[in-house]
Design a protein around this ligand. Structure first.
Ligand SMILES: C[S@@+](CC[C@H](N)C(=O)[O-])C[C@H]1O[C@@H](n2cnc3c(N)ncnc32)[C@H](O)[C@@H]1O
Length: 268
């Protein structure tokens, strides 16, 4: 299998991970984008998943038109179904690499998507091409190498996490993409580049601490099986990571920070 094909397989979201993306909203998960969402703007949301953030975008820019695309047919069916009452919002099953739109949108965004691609530069060029002159490209993404757990997560979870990073990078994905976005924007001629820190931090005092910090138990319970099948981890190591991480959440966990940046640029 070629890298591109391996990455596509690995980027497929297992069913139970939709509970993670379904809890998101524009306010809690793509806040920087709101600075670009004036009424009447036309917006393209790439890799929109089940469309929860996209629907919030549509409410904000109404009567501006909003299109959400994702290559996952089930996500698009669910998005189209759940948000059919919003008439200036549409969803389409589409591979972002096949995007042919040119100079059409005021804002083109991709949240947590480029991290899953082997050719993020090509994806970014497509995004810039779809943007109107004077419009903006806004990308939100992680540097997975900079996660912080306080105190240190159990060794079994660190082992799982390292296997997860290796599994991703061996497929050609960039684990540190957040810190490369600005130079990628500049390389394709976008200007007025701004970097905004959007780290996802949860601490014990937060009401949603448990479900949020549990994300890595969820990942180990879902994608973890792919890692085992692909030979990056033994099943007992995966299961131990889930068990010990859950115990750590109850007994010791204080906080977790996932390093996330929003980078914006203007098309001239
Ligand atoms: C982690 S989810 C992010 C969903 C949403 N943007 C959010 O921030 O919650 C990544 C999404 O990118 C989509 N995706 C990955 N590769 C894609 C491609 N080549 N074309 C279109 N969508 C893609 C996946 O199907 C998935 O829905």
């Amino acid at each position: 299998m070629k890298n591109e094909e391996i990455a596509r397989n690995r980027a497929q979201m297992p069913k139970r991970t939709t509970s993670i993306i379904d809890q998101r909203s524009l306010q809690n998960s793509h806040q920087r984008l709101t600075d670009f969402l004036q009424k009447g703007k036309n917006v393209l949301d790439i890799g929109c998943g089940t469309g929860v953030i996209t629907a919030d975008i549509a409410k904000k820019v109404a009567p501006g038109k909003v299109l959400g695309i994702d290559e996952n047919k089930q996500f698009i069916e669910s998005a189209s179904n759940n948000f059919k009452e919003i008439d200036h919002l549409a969803f389409e099953t589409k591979d972002l690499y096949k995007l042919e739109e040119e100079n059409q949108f005021d804002v083109v965004t991709a949240a947590r998507v480029l991290q899953w691609l082997t050719a993020p530069d090509m994806a970014l060029s497509k995004m810039a091409r779809a943007t109107k002159p004077g419009g903006h490209v806004v990308v939100l993404d992680y540097n997975h190498e900079k996660i912080k757990w306080e105190p240190e997560a159990p060794t079994s979870m660190n082992h799982f996490y390292q296997a997860f990073l290796n599994w991703r990078s061996d497929a050609g994905m960039n684990n540190a993409i957040a810190d490369h976005l600005a130079e990628m924007f500049s390389a394709i001629g976008l200007t007025d580049i701004e970097i905004s820190v959007q780290h996802e931090t949860v601490s014990k005092k937060d009401p949603d601490f448990q479900p949020k910090i549990n994300i890595w138990a969820e990942v180990a319970e879902s994608r973890g099986h792919q890692l085992v099948a692909d030979g990056y981890l033994r099943e007992e190591e995966r299961a131990r990571a889930v068990k010990e991480y859950r115990e750590w959440i109850i007994t010791s966990a204080e906080s977790m920070q996932m390093y996330l940046l929003a980078v914006s640029g203007r098309k001239n």
